[in-house]
Write a protein that binds this ligand. Structure first.
Ligand code: PMP
Length: 360
């Protein structure tokens, strides 16, 4: 009997149980080496094999062409907010940013320190509850940046926006990476913190086209140049070896379970159930606009803050945790990333039904 409960946390978040069990084993001794995975030298044979396999599995999973580098960096997705403009945005140049939530705003804030930012669309007028249909690209942007899934507001791009020809598209995919198939060739760069769909916190996955790596500024500290990490297979300095290993286990789990097509079908089924319930409920209401709803973070309210609080306490009594919404939206947020089990969605719906019958 598992003593685990349903964890709706927005990140760090639930991991696949079989991955956790493999981590337990390998933490004691990686294969037959007699040394735990966290204790191996990052330059030794055992960890090098782990790293190379993780990169190969990542490439296979998302069909990443050879002209893209796959990097494992530190400093969280937040460090990409400044690394990107430091590398690619000159003082007199302009980058286009799509403003759809709190994380886009932070990315914009850092980019402004280095060059001009053109806000190509914004959903701030309605508290970021929707994905704008129109994007006004500037004439000569050096890149376009967007956040594919807005973790706090529960909105998600259904498909990537299309910048003018020749303008590299850069995506913060921290909260929906590998939740569905992706055409990497449409992007110059995709990045994501690991702590939602990829594994434990501590590493940032960066998928970046090689010509962009080369285009980056050479006037930066070496650690802040993508080329440094591309040249050294993410081992210029000591990489976060355990998180990389664990992310590798999650890639294996995804590959074994139908790849990105397989996980997309499961994600649609899970989120679909939840939104269907919300749409017919007379108490609970989804906060994101119908065509912009996230399959990863489902945000909803009762419309009465006290009742929201009571409902969150009600779920805690039923072995659920992490449902409190971010303070800028209020209410509830069910984060149902790749590893979140469908049984947890069923448990939440059952709790909503019960609560609703008591609070008509
Ligand atoms: N972007 C998005 C979309 C996020 O959800 C988050 C974290 N919640 C971040 C960036 C920041 O990531 P980190 O904490 O790894 O810096």
């Amino acid at each position: 009997m598992s003593d685990r409960i349903f964890n709706f946390s927005a990140g760090p978040a639930v991991m696949p149980e079989e991955v956790l069990k493999q981590c337990q084993e390998d933490m004691w001794s990686l294969g037959k080496t007699g040394i735990g995975v966290m204790e191996h030298s990052h330059r030794g044979k055992a960890f090098s094999a782990v790293l190379l396999q993780t990169i190969a599995d990542c490439r296979a999973l998302a069909k990443i062409p050879d002209d893209y580098d796959i990097l494992f960096l530190t400093g969280g997705a937040s460090s990409q907010f400044f690394m990107i403009p430091m590398n690619f945005l000159g003082k007199d140049q302009t980058a286009d940013y799509l403003m759809t939530g709190a994380w886009s705003k932070k990315a914009i804030g850092d980019a402004k320190r280095y060059g001009n930012v053109h806000v190509a669309c914004s959903s701030e007028d309605k508290n970021c509850s929707y994905i704008p249909a129109e994007v006004t690209w500037s004439k000569s942007a050096v890149y376009g940046h967007f956040t594919s899934n807005n973790t706090i507001f529960g909105t998600q791009f259904k498909t990537e926006p299309t910048p003018p020809a020749g303008v590299p598209l850069i995506c913060d995919a921290s909260s929906d990476i590998f939740s569905r198939p992706i055409d990497v060739t449409k992007y110059g760069m995709i990045y994501a913190g690991s702590q939602k769909n990829l594994g434990p916190a501590g590493v940032t996955l960066v998928i970046i086209r090689k010509d962009l790596v080369e285009r980056g500024s050479k006037d930066l500290p070496v650690m802040l140049q993508y080329r440094t990490h591309a040249k050294e297979d993410s081992c210029y300095n000591t990489p976060p070896s355990f998180p990389i290993y664990a992310v590798g286990q999650v890639f294996k789990w995804l590959l074994k379970n139908g790849g990105l097509e397989g996980i997309a079908a499961k994600n649609e089924a899970k989120a679909g159930k939840l939104y269907d319930y919300l749409d017919q409920s007379s108490l609970f209401k989804a906060t994101a606009a119908g065509d912009s709803r996230s399959l990863m973070n489902v945000t909803f309210v009762t419309g009465d803050e006290k009742l929201d609080e009571q409902f969150i306490a009600f779920t805690k009594e039923r072995k659920m945790d992490g449902l409190k919404g971010h303070r800028s939206v209020g209410g509830m947020r069910a984060s149902i990333y790749n590893a979140f089990p469908e049984a947890g969605v069923d448990a939440l719906i059952a709790a909503m039904k019960e609560f609703e019958s008591q609070n008509r």
